[in-house]
Design a protein around this ligand. Structure first.
Ligand SMILES: [Ca+2]
Length: 165
């Protein structure tokens, strides 16, 4: 049933799967791309998870990708809503996510950078939502269980409102 989800790497320690997308997109497009893979833009919930994402970013052959996009950061699943940083998973406040290490001087967008990203070193950065970046999707194994369909429904609703479906 989920055979179309490919190129995800299962990380036993974290109990999740991740995929680094090498096709740069803006934040909303990236959000939708993860959704089509029954996933969401990655949300960091621990230092272990941050370390893994940094490792994944480092080992992905990014340098060969050509085009006009911003390098040095990847889109992640958090955004500024009503002056509050919240994750894409059940709108949990970023401050409750378990990982909130901003890069030096970040967030510095003064309301102009309402989307979330991670510098390649794992530190968080606010970024303009129309900026094209690589991005990482996260897949919850729990989402595959029938009992968790409701949780996925919430992600789906958010995706629909974001992409105007
Ligand atoms: Ca910033």
């Amino acid at each position: 049933m989920f055979h179309f989800i490919s190129d995800y790497e299962y990380v036993q320690k974290l109990g999740r799967c991740y995929k680094f997308h090498l096709m740069p997109m803006n934040w909303t497009e990236a959000y939708a791309a993860c959704y089509t893979e029954q996933s969401y833009l990655a949300v960091i919930n621990s230092q272990d998870e941050a370390d893994y994402l940094v490792n994944l970013t480092n080992k992905t052959p990014k340098d060969k990708v050509e085009g006009n996009f911003l390098r040095g950061a990847v889109h992640l699943g958090f955004q500024l809503k009503k002056n509050r940083w919240q994750t894409v998973v059940r709108n949990m406040p970023l401050s409750d996510s378990g990982y909130i290490k901003w890069g030096g001087g970040q967030p510095d967008g003064k309301g102009e950078e309402k989307c979330g990203s991670m510098f390649y070193n794992g530190h968080l950065n606010d970024i303009r939502c129309d900026q094209n970046l690589f991005f990482i999707c996260e897949h919850e194994i729990d989402l595959l269980r029938n009992s968790q369909i409701l949780r996925f429904g919430e992600v789906f609703t958010t995706a629909k409102s974001l992409v105007g479906m």
